[in-house]
Write a protein that binds this ligand. Sequence first.
Ligand SMILES: Cc1cc2nc3c(=O)[nH]c(=O)nc-3n(C[C@H](O)[C@H](O)[C@H](O)COP(=O)(O)OP(=O)(O)OC[C@H]3O[C@@H](n4cnc5c(N)ncnc54)[C@H](O)[C@@H]3O)c2cc1C
Length: 540
Amino acid sequence: MTNGFLAIPQQTDVLIVGAGPVGLALALDLGWRGISCLIVDQGTGDIAHPRTGLVSSRTMEFCRRWGLAPAVRACGFPADFPLNIVFCTSLAGHTLGRADYPSMRDLPTPPETPEKKQRCPQSWFDPILRGAVERQPTATLRHGIRLDSFRQDAKGVAGELTELTGGARHTVRASYMVGCDGASSQVRESLGIAMEGAHALSYSINLLLRIPDFASQHDKGLAERYLFAGRQGVWANLTVVDGGETWRLTVLGSDAKMDLASFDADAAVRAAFGQDDARFEVTSVVPWRRSQLLAERFREGRVLLAGDAAHTMSPTGGMGANTGVQDAVDLGWKLAAVLRGWGGDALLDSYTAERRPVAARAAAFSTGNFRAWTAAKDCAAMLDETSEGEALRAQVGRTLADSTQVEWESLGLQLGYRYEASPVCVPDGTPPPADEHARYVQTARPGHRAPHAWLPDGRSTLDLFGQGFVLMASSGANSAALDAAARRRRVPFSVHRINDAGVAALYDAPLVLVRPDGHVAWRGDDHPDPDTLLAIVTGH
Ligand SMILES: Cc1cc2nc3c(=O)[nH]c(=O)nc-3n(C[C@H](O)[C@H](O)[C@H](O)COP(=O)(O)OP(=O)(O)OC[C@H]3O[C@@H](n4cnc5c(N)ncnc54)[C@H](O)[C@@H]3O)c2cc1C
């Protein structure tokens, strides 16, 4: 069977529908584990209109695991580009306020992580993931292929695929299928899984722009983002894409559907510039619906959902794709464990239990940011050259600076998510630490991301995790019983003996069992029944 000259396997372990950032991350994680997967996408792979731009610290940690962090850092986004935020009536108008942030070069890496966040537009990020998928011998990526339908039985899933050039049809059998097919997921709809939440926070329009000599066309200085406020309140934001000539103007819209036919894109850009002779080119116009939706469940039998197919959120926070990549990492090892026979079916059920609350948390944060942007209601005097206008501009500027600070300083949001009610983590009875979006305090409490610390050989503790369970054992702690139980159950397992007082203090228990995704499954002293412990954490 062929796709042009490229064969399409008829049989695979996991069929992934959708090669956006989330499907690619899943294919990469599965391939990295030696699991066979076929990832298909109905598009060509060209990213004409990049959406994501911020790669979170957690996603960078996963990129580090996959050996991609250096490539993402070297993506081409200028290291010295100032990541400031400017609030103004227009680029030629009044400045309401500004929040100055360091460039990627000057941004320090927080002590809690080996990887700070990175600006990298989707048009560069996805190809980095794609290249890595293509280098995995067990992963097959095909574009121009649409999933039309599927059926599942006790043994697997059969996906019906169509080649969009030529129309050839293929049936692919897989043990599992994952719908990474975006917000209007056909996989989700076919399963009859409802989306709960706010279907339309606003109807927005993205304009992708080419702006030569951007900096010389105004006096506001270079910034990562400009927020524009007029008599109607905040109405748009202009966001850097590649740090060069490419920018994106997002017109926030309203809760009424915008009529694209009567929408004047050029006029919107001129309003943002505040001048009629601005030099720019509109290269793409994409209307979209800003929503906060959560699938009622992320699994139905042998079919699972990840990324926007499972949850949507306002981009105000830059968490959509980053949350989806976390889904992929949660799912990758679980699918591998079940396919290899050392993981039980309950491991796949734990996927919804773990990921759904985390997606709800990120989505609520993102909507909160959007509401803060659009909170100012009576802005009629915004453009007035009066003391009333001046006071209003100062007040809106302060409010926006406060709200964007929440959005920007979000290490707790990025790293502090935890699997509190997970059926495959064993609680240790300690109370959950405060869930603060701005502040992140590392903890090895079960369900949390295992802490980062530098090891004497220059590696991060995070570099120990990935391929199997790792028992972090302080010197003198007895790891033999767990080791033997893991051997009996054929669970990939290794012991890392902690020789460093700082690491021991961070892990805060003689034995800490870390899962392949880098989350803590259990911690304590000797476990009375290591076999039962391993049965629980591997979903048996
Ligand atoms: C303006 C804007 C800015 C954003 N900025 C950020 C940011 O900075 N950081 C961040 O993390 N997120 C951001 N997001 C959100 C982010 O874009 C999405 O969360 C992310 O793209 C979701 O990835 P995905 O892989 O789940 O889905 P998608 O990217 O939507 O990919 C789904 C893929 O599935 C394919 N597909 C669909 N149906 C089929 C089918 N039947 N057969 C075959 N293929 C199919 C599609 O062709 C598509 O390629 C932003 C969003 C917007 C709108």
